[in-house]
Design a binder for this molecule. Structure first.
Ligand code: IMP
Length: 179
């Protein structure tokens, strides 16, 4: 694996495609056994999760549905200021087991917003699968049920993750070169 340059920054190899693939299979096996009696709805959080979701869901063997969502923030007219909305969800999620698929959980702000929005829709339960987790940055109490790899508080790209829109297509994960 060679270092890469994206715009003004260079990134060094960090997690190989083989390690990623092994961890994805471990998560899928856990989901297959934990949710064997459910027909979950997987909610893929775009853009970053597309690659993890594609790999993971090929290994999921239980009956399931898959939908793709985005979080959009805008200034609302209420006193609360910024409003976050989930766009793309057309399924009725009431009473259902929903599995959020995330590329990375960093501070957990995004995840908390999503879980709040889903809870309002009266889901039966929310499970969370995130390929990466930064435990030192994570500030929320929501349990991330399925984690591929825990990483330090470093900026990474590849496997769906971007730096300023670039790097999502790499099949390996690279970390910012700070040297
Ligand atoms: P949060 O802080 O958990 O809300 O994460 C917000 C979003 O920041 C994630 O969904 C990613 O899109 C992005 N993000 C966080 N850490 C990284 C990183 O290391 N590389 C690329 N994107 C990141």
């Amino acid at each position: 694996m060679q270092s890469i340059v994206l715009k003004d920054k260079s990134f060094v190899p960090y997690i190989t495609a083989e390690t990623i693939s092994e961890q994805v299979k471990v998560i899928a096996q856990k989901i297959n056994s934990d949710l064997v009696n459910e027909t979950p709805l997987f909610l893929v959080v775009l853009n970053g999760s597309f690659m993890f979701a594609a790999d993971l869901l090929k290994e999921v063997t239980i009956p399931c549905e898959i939908s793709f969502i985005k979080l959009a923030s805008y200034y609302g007219t209420t006193s609360s200021g910024v409003v976050t909305e989930m766009i793309g969800l057309t399924e009725d999620v009431k009473g259902r087991t929903v599995v959020i698929i995330e590329d990375i959980v960093d501070t957990g702000v995004t995840l908390e917003k999503l879980v709040t929005l889903l809870t309002k829709k009266e889901v039966k339960q929310v499970k969370v699968a995130s390929f990466l987790l930064k435990p030192d940055a994570y500030k929320k109490n929501i349990i991330v049920d399925y984690v591929g790899i825990k990483i330090p508080n470093d900026f990474v790209v590849g496997y769906g993750l971007d730096y300023d829109g670039l790097g999502r297509n790499m099949k390996e994960i690279f970390v910012l070169n700070t040297k």
